[in-house]
Design a protein around this ligand. Structure first.
Ligand SMILES: [Zn+2]
Length: 263
């Protein structure tokens, strides 16, 4: 161990946490990196004492970071972890790992579909008059709020990161479909992991004991994304939930590695 690494090792100052859940306990090994808390190890121990190292499900180079909410950050290769006591928290961790795996498999970021359009100066300056002049229909466009904190640095004349612009409904539709697919795939991964673990006798999420309860949980999450999408893009299409609640469950399983369900 050379001097530099020894110093880094000492600077890490590990500490542990024990989080009590209804299905068992979570043990973590953490260290601080500036303001951030990195969770280097995340171990779940169920009621029967079965241990599961959840860290090993992370793709190469990814890490867990403490946060208020759960999310997967593609750029930093970070999975942010919210409240680990909540019912569904472990299920959600697997969902976020599902995202991380998709990203590592180079799935195109749905945001790019929208950004490809919004990151174009000509598109940004498009007015209703221009649309009419081009012989297109106003109804085929929607005025939406766009967030672009880097706009100024790439030469767009905007001081505010938020602004409204007219975007073709077709672009919004493609974005909604891609985003919903990404979310559903990540849930399919999580569902398969829970099923595999239960088959091995490791019970996670005992308050979601049946497939129906797990699917209801997924459904409520998808509904949240959907409400957010509807509000933001003024598009009422149910991209995320699509039709009846349980209609898509078999499809959910098939989306991930084509496995069949036997939960
Ligand atoms: Zn997600």
């Amino acid at each position: 161990m050379n001097g530099y690494f020894r110093k880094e090792f000492l600077d890490k100052r590990y500490y542990g946490e024990i989080i009590k859940r209804t299905d068992g306990i979570i043990l973590t090994k953490n260290y601080k990196e500036g303001e951030r808390v990195i969770i280097e190890k995340l171990i779940f121990k169920d009621k029967n004492g079965e241990k599961l190292d959840i860290t090993r499900f992370l793709p190469e180079g990814w890490k867990f970071v403490k946060n208020k909410e759960f999310s997967a950050n593609r750029e930093n290769k970070e999975i942010k972890l919210g409240n680990l006591k909540e019912v569904g928290a472990l299920f959600t961790i697997f969902h976020e790992i599902g995202h991380a795996i998709s990203y590592e498999n180079n799935i195109e970021d749905p945001k790019k579909i929208l950004e490809e359009y919004t990151h174009n100066l000509e598109n940004r300056q498009l007015t209703k008059e221009d649309i009419i002049k081009r012989g297109e229909k106003i109804e085929d466009y929607e005025e939406i709020l766009v967030y672009d904190p880097y706009g100024k640095s790439v030469g767009f004349d905007r001081d505010e990161p938020f602004f409204t612009m007219l975007v073709p409904k077709k672009v919004i539709k493609n974005y909604g479909e891609a985003l919903a697919k990404l979310e559903r795939n990540a849930w399919a991964y999580a569902l398969n992991q829970i099923r595999n673990l239960r088959n091995k006798g490791i019970i996670i999420e005992n308050e979601l004991p049946t497939l129906e309860k797990l699917v209801n949980f997924i459904y409520s999450c998808l509904l949240t994304y959907e409400e957010d999408f509807k509000k933001r893009y003024k598009d009422p299409t149910p991209y995320f939930t699509k039709g009846k609640k349980f209609e898509k469950i078999e499809e959910l399983f098939k989306n991930w590695a084509g496995e069949e369900s036997n939960l």
